[in-house]
Design a protein around this ligand. Sequence first.
Ligand code: NDP
Ligand code: MG
Length: 390
Amino acid sequence: VTRRSLTILGATGSIGKSTLDLVERNPDAFEIVALTAQSNVAALADAARRTHARLAVIGDAGLYAQLQAALSGTGTRVAAGPQAVIAAAAEPADCVMAAIVGAAGLEPTFEAARQGRRLALANKECLVSAGDVFMAAVADAGTELLPVDSEHSAALQALAGATPESIERIVLTASGGPFRTWSREQLQGATPEQALRHPNWSMGAKISIDSATLMNKGLELIEAYHLFPVAAEQLATVIHPQSIVHCLVSYTDGSVIAQMSFPDMRTPIALALSWPQRMNAPTPRLDLAAVGTLSFEAPDPVRFPSLTIAREALVRGGTAPAILSAANEIAVEAFLARQIGFLDIARNVADTLEAAEGRGLLAAPDCLADILAADAEGRRLAQSLLGRYV
Ligand code: NDP
Ligand code: MG
C-alpha cells in the first residue's frame, strides 16, 4: 500500500472527526498535510499533535496566538484566517476531504477542486449552490470527485458500470428524521433540542436540522443531479426509517440495485478515501436478521414542503439553488436561536426564493464570484423576511 497524503478541511466537525478516526486506525495508509477548523483551537491542536500534521489552520484570525501556543515545539506550522483556510486546500496533497459546513466551505472547496487531485466531497452546500460552475472547475482541473454523502456514495456503487441510457431512476432514501410521524400542529411547536435528536445518524447541528425538515434530502437531490448523468425527473426520494438502504438505482430492464450498510459515516468516508479499493472501517456490521424489517413510505409534501421547494429550485436553475441554500442557512440559524418556529424554516426559504425571483436575481451564474454574490443576496433577503414569522 502506498502512503497517501491527506488534507482535512473542517477537521473538528462530525465528518472531520470520523475521517481522523479512520486515519488514526490506518497510520501506514495516510499522512496528514493540513487540518483546518473555524474556532475549536483545542480540538484542532489535539488532532494536529496526534497525526503529526504539517500544517494547522484556524479560520478565526483572532485565535492565531492561541493555536501557536498550543502547537509550539511540535513541528506543525500554524496559520489563521479565511485566506489561510483556502491556502490549506491548495497545499499539495493526494486527497482533500472537504468537510466545512455551509457556504463557508465554498471558497476552500473550490480551491481543492482546482488542484487536479482527489476531492472527497462532504460539504453539500457547495455542489448545491455552485452546481454547474463547480463541476466545470472539477472537470477543467481533472480533479477526481468522490461523494462522501452516504446516498451519493451508495449511488456511485449502485451505478458502477452503468451506461447513462440504461439508468431509469435514482432513488435517494431519507430516514424521515425525528419528526417523521409528527402532525403539522406538533411540528409548529418543535424545539431545537427535539430537532437535533436524529434517530439514526450522529451529525453536526446544521445537517441535523436539515434532516428534520427534509431539506437535507432536497439538497441531496440537487447534489445527485450534478454528480450523476440523469435529468431532474429521474431523481426521486423515499422515506426509509431504518437508514440501512442508502440509495436505489433502477435500470431499463427492471433491475434495481441498492447499497446497504449500517448508518455510520465512516463507511462512505472510507470509500471516498480508498476508491476504487476498499479499506477497513470499524463500523458495526449489518445484521439483517437483527434489523428484522426494512420499511419504505412516500414523503409527505404537506408536513415537509422543503423537498418540493428544493426540487423547484433545481428545475428553476440559475442562482435559485444558491439562494435556496443561503436562505436555508439563515432560517436554520434563526430556528436554533429560537427566533422562528420549525415550520417557518421552509416558509423563509420559499419566501426568499419568491422575493429573489421578483427582483430578477436568479440569472444563471458564470463563476464563483456570481455564486458568492447570490449567496450574500440570499442571506440578506432571508434575514429581512424573518420578522414575518414572529
Ligand atoms: P460540523 O458542524 O460538525 O463541522 C463543521 C466543520 O467546519 C468544523 O470543523 C468547523 O470548525 C468548520 N467550520 C465551521 N464554520 C467554518 C467557517 N466559517 N470557516 C471554516 N471552517 C468552518 O459539520 P458536519 O461535519 O456535520 O458537516 C460538514 C459537511 O458535511 C456539511 O456540509 C454537511 O452537510 C455534510 N455532511 C455531513 C454528514 C454528517 O453525517 N455529519 C453527512 C453528509 C454530509 P469548528 O469545529 O472550529 O467550528
Ligand atoms: Mg446524506
